[in-house]
Every structure is written in structure tokens, then in C-alpha cells.
Design a protein around this ligand. Structure first.
Ligand code: SF4
Length: 510
């Protein structure tokens, strides 16, 4: 089977989903080829001849290959200004590669100005008119080489983000038309979100033989063969060009669980989609990580769990896996202890991503976040003291927020700025099928049959427009907050943040 990761997503680490599937299928005696069309597709565009006209584009184009190489060296990450310039210049070259198309492309995103990933008819049009897509010449060149090696008629496409939808449907349209003997199966996060909607009716039956929601290992094996599975298998990255990713050394993605052990936050898509919490035993996770570190020698492990559970952290402390790691965590009693944070640092933890969401306890309680601000402040302090960077996520415009409560978040952030290495600000989107939809006055948001969110009339009058105004004129403009936002890695954001974290911790100490 050929497993494809579609453009466009951040090309700084190998795709976790198809690597997990490869491990499982190979462990069950199924042949499997991995193709990261995202990484290769971006590198392909960056090699195409360009005729830049403005000074910035000329510089970006001239230095593009040097910058790509520099992004693979830790030296660049030791200097935030040089790093930011290399990324922005590489992105500039990428944007210049699409000036003849009606699209906006970046190192992290793909948007077609006339075709929406929220509308099935637009996606079907992408498949129909596949020759019009910017990636068509690249797909057309690479596919025959890959398909010539295939012994079976199955192709899997992994579609996790909205930015992958249009190129993925282009690819599916091309395969359907030019290689009609192959059957296509699609899975991944975006497909799961569509399929879990209660009103889902499959508009893509002519294009895909199967669509799979959630972890696809067992379903895929059932489609490919009648033999029973031999149980869990560790992920496999063999076959991917591991030295080509835009990072210094391999960043190895790994998830020990799917869903979330808390699963209560009212705004959470995991909860709205009813994704169950499933975790491997901590012993298995530690065994996997040791094996993967021995085999691939990563520079960094990216834990993809929605929240790394304290029990797993304790295992990582007892039995460090021999490579630095980072991931999402919930604020917990453990994290408020300096001793625990120091042990965690010694286990290799370089950064934790923390969904703190609000500096108002009322707002946190209304969304059932299950965290206490006193504990949050203690944890930020303990993590900072222990030398672990933090990437803090804040959410504005939730149904229980008012401008006064948003200002409490501003005060909270300023008060704890020393413990916040990086900051992500988001305006609340209401998952289309969350239980809160029943209590709010809804307005259509994406006007597409595949839309994932609903717009709503804010019950306290704190609507998106006012939220945005507050963010730009008050929050982002604050002299203590501005420098935190400015050091956020452009385009790669939290994926590159742990690589820059050392500079940040140094900055904070000065
Ligand atoms: S902790 Fe995160 S993943 Fe878990 S329910 Fe809350 S928002 Fe969702």
C-alpha cells in the first residue's frame, strides 16, 4: 500500500499518522511505502525557477537553498533574529512560487481564493480540475515512480488539516482519472471531524473507496486482508527522507494516547466529536521511545498526546528515554512542585505547551477547564525555575467572557510574563456539534456543508469584532506582552519553539 501525507502542513517533522500505520501494516506482513508529498512538494516549489521583481523576493530567492540548509542546523536557532529572517525569507520564496495561481501558500498553510475546504462541491471541483493545481506537475512527476513499485491496488491519503484538503483532493482526482485501477482510502484528523458530525452524508463516494474516522490501523488491515491483526506495533519512519525536514536533526513525533484523559472542556473539538480516550500502557510508551531513539537518533521527541498524563511524566522521570522531548500538558498539582519540574527537566523535557485559556477563574470554571489559577501561577514559576520553557495558549471570546474578564487575562499574563516563554492567542470558535450549541443563538459561519464551526451571538455582547479590537489595541500592544509575541517562531510556531527555548530562558534570566 502507498500511504501519502498531503501538502500543505509544516514540514519540520515526519508525519505521525502514516508512520504509525506503516509500523502496524509492516508488523502485520503488509508491504507499505511512505510518501511525504508535503515535504517534497514544498521543496519542489522552492526549486522552481522564479523571476522575482522586488528586493525582498530577489534576496529570498537568491538565498533559498542556503536558508533551507541553515534551518537544518542548530546554529541558526541560537540567534532568534537570524532564525526569523531565514524563515521569513524561505516563506517569501515559497509565496513567490505561486504568483500565477489564485492561491495563498505559506510554510504552514494553503488557501485557494475561490475553492473552500468547507464545501464538498468545491473539493469535488478540485478533483475534477486537478490539472489546475500548483502541485499538479509535481504529483504528475512523482506518482508514476511510486506506483510502479506497488503490488496492490490500495492508496491511502492522510488529511489532517484544512490546509491539506484542496491539494489532497487534487491528488485523488489525478489518481482516479489517470490510475483508475487503484482504490483510494482517506483518513486523518479532518476526515474524522467530518465523519463524526451527526449530519454526515458522504458526498465523496465516487472518489474514495473508504473514509476512515479515528485511529485507522485495524480498519485498514481489515480492508487489505482477512487475516487477524497481531496487535499493537510501534511506528516506523523508514522510507521517509528523514534528513530533509526543516529542523536541526530529526524531530520524532509520537503519541501514546488519542482523545484526552480530562475530556471535559466545553469548547474542545475532541469532546464535541466524541473521540474516546485511548492510551497505551506507560511501559509500552517508554519501550517504544527507547527503541525509536536507538533506531533513529532524534534531536527532539514531539509528544503528540492532547495532554501528557502525570503518570507518564513519572515514568519518563524514572526511565529517561535519552532524547529531549516536549508536548502538551494540563496544569496539575505535580507541575506546581519545583522538585517535580526539576526531575521532569532531567527526564529531557525542554518545553510544555499549556492550554491555560483565561486569567479569569469564572471563565475557566464556566468552561469546566478544571484548573485553578493559583496552581497555574505556581506551575509557571516552578517550570521557569526548573528551566522548562512554556508555550501558553489563551482563548478569548468564550461565551462566559466579558471585556473585564479578558482584562483579567491581560493582568494575569503581565503578572506571569517571566514564566511564559511563548504565547498563542486565539479567538473562540464554537465547534459545530458541541453541546453549547443548544444554549446559544447560532449564526452560520463557514457557509459550507463541511464547516466545523458555528458563529454565535455572544450572550454578553462580547462578539468577535470587539474581541479582535481588544486584542490588537490592548493585549498585543502591552509593552510586557509584545516581546513575548515577537519571539514566536513565524509559521512553525510551537513546532520550532523548543529549539529556540534556550534563548528565551536566557532572555528571561537577563
Ligand atoms: S484538556 Fe485539552 S484536549 Fe482535554 S478536554 Fe480540555 S481542551 Fe480538550
Amino acid at each position: 500500500m502507498l500511504l501519502i501525507f498531503s501538502p500543505v502542513a509544516k514540514a519540520c517533522e515526519p508525519p505521525a499518522g502514516i508512520s504509525r500505520l506503516a509500523g502496524f501494516l509492516r508488523g502485520n506482513n503488509q508491504e507499505c511505502t511512505l510518501w511525504d508529498a508535503n515535504l517534497e512538494g514544498q521543496l519542489y516549489l522552492l526549486k522552481q525557477k522564479q523571476s522575482p521583481v522586488d528586493t525582498w523576493s530577489k534576496r529570498a530567492w537568491k538565498n533559498v537553498q542556503t536558508n533551507i540548509e541553515a534551518l537544518k542546523s542548530q546554529r541558526l536557532y541560537n540567534n532568534n533574529d537570524r532564525y526569523q529572517r531565514a524563515v521569513r525569507d524561505t516563506n517569501r520564496a515559497l509565496t513567490q512560487s505561486c504568483t500565477d495561481f489564485d492561491i495563498n501558500i505559506s510554510l504552514a498553510d494553503y488557501q485557494d481564493t475561490s475553492l473552500s475546504p468547507h464545501r464538498s462541491r468545491d473539493l469535488l471541483r478540485c478533483a475534477e480540475e486537478y490539472k489546475n493545481n500548483i502541485f499538479f506537475p509535481f504529483f504528475k512527476k512523482r506518482l508514476p515512480e511510486l506506483l510502479a513499485r506497488q503490488n496492490d491496488p490500495w492508496i491511502g491519503i492522510s488529511i489532517n488539516y484544512l490546509s491539506q484538503a484542496v491539494p489532497a483532493f487534487t491528488l485523488a482526482g489525478l489518481i482516479k482519472k489517470e490510475y483508475p485501477t487503484f482504490n483510494i482510502i482517506a483518513g486523518g484528523g479532518l476526515i474524522t471531524s467530518w465523519l463524526r458530525g451527526p449530519a454526515w452524508v458522504n458526498p465523496f463516494t465516487k472518489l474514495f473507496k473508504h473514509l476512515i474516522a479515528g485511529p485507522s490501523e485495524e480498519s485498514l488491515l481489515k480492508i487489505l486482508t482477512d487475516t487477524p491483526s497481531s496487535g499493537y506495533q510501534s511506528p516506523e519512519f523508514t522510507g521517509l527522507s528523514l534528513d530533509k525536514y526543516l529542523a536541526p536533526g530529526l524531530i520524532l513525533p509520537y503519541n501514546g494516547s488519542t482523545g484526552c484523559y480530562w475530556n471535559r472542556c466545553s469548547f474542545c473539538p475532541e469532546k464535541a466529536e466524541g473521540n474516546p480516550y485511548m492510551t497505551l500502557p506507560s511501559e509500552q510508551i517508554i519501550k517504544d521511545l527507547h527503541m525509536l531513539v536507538d533506531k533513529y537518533n532524534p534531536g527532539l521527541i514531539h509528544m503528540l498526546d492532547n495532554a501528557v498524563a502525570p503518570a507518564l511524566m513519572k515514568h519518563l522521570i524514572r526511565d529517561p528515554v535519552g532524547a529531549p522531548w516536549y508536548g502538551f500538558a494540563r496544569v496539575s498539582r505535580e507541575l506546581s512542585s519545583l522538585e517535580f519540574c526539576r526531575d521532569l527537566k532531567n527526564s529531557g523535557c525542554v518545553m510544555l505547551k499549556l492550554g491555560i485559556e483565561s486569567g479569569s477563574q469564572e471563565v475557566l470554571d464556566a468552561m469546566d477547564k478544571g484548573i485553578n489559577l493559583e496552581l497555574v501561577e505556581k506551575s509557571l514559576w516552578a517550570l521557569k525555575k526548573a528551566g522548562i520553557a512554556t508555550y501558553v495558549y489563551l482563548l478569548f471570546g468564550t461565551p462566559s467572557e466579558t471585556i473585564d474578564r479578558a482584562r483579567q487575562t491581560l493582568d494575569f499574563t503581565v503578572r506571569n510574563a517571566d514564566g511564559i516563554s511563548f504565547l498563542n492567542l486565539a479567538v473562540f470558535n464554537l465547534p459545530r456539534y458541541s453541546t453549547e450549541c443548544n444554549t446559544l443563538e447560532l449564526r452560520n459561519f463557514s457557509d459550507g456543508d463541511l464547516g466545523l464551526y458555528s458563529d454565535f451571538k455572544h450572550p454578553l455582547g462580547w462578539n468577535r469584532q470587539e474581541v479582535r479590537k481588544f486584542l490588537s489595541s490592548e493585549f498585543k500592544a502591552h509593552p510586557v506582552i509584545r516581546p513575548i509575541l515577537q519571539r514566536d517562531p513565524p509559521f512553525f510556531t510551537s513546532n520550532h519553539a523548543p529549539l529556540l527555548a534556550r534563548n528565551t530562558l536566557k532572555d528571561n534570566e537577563e
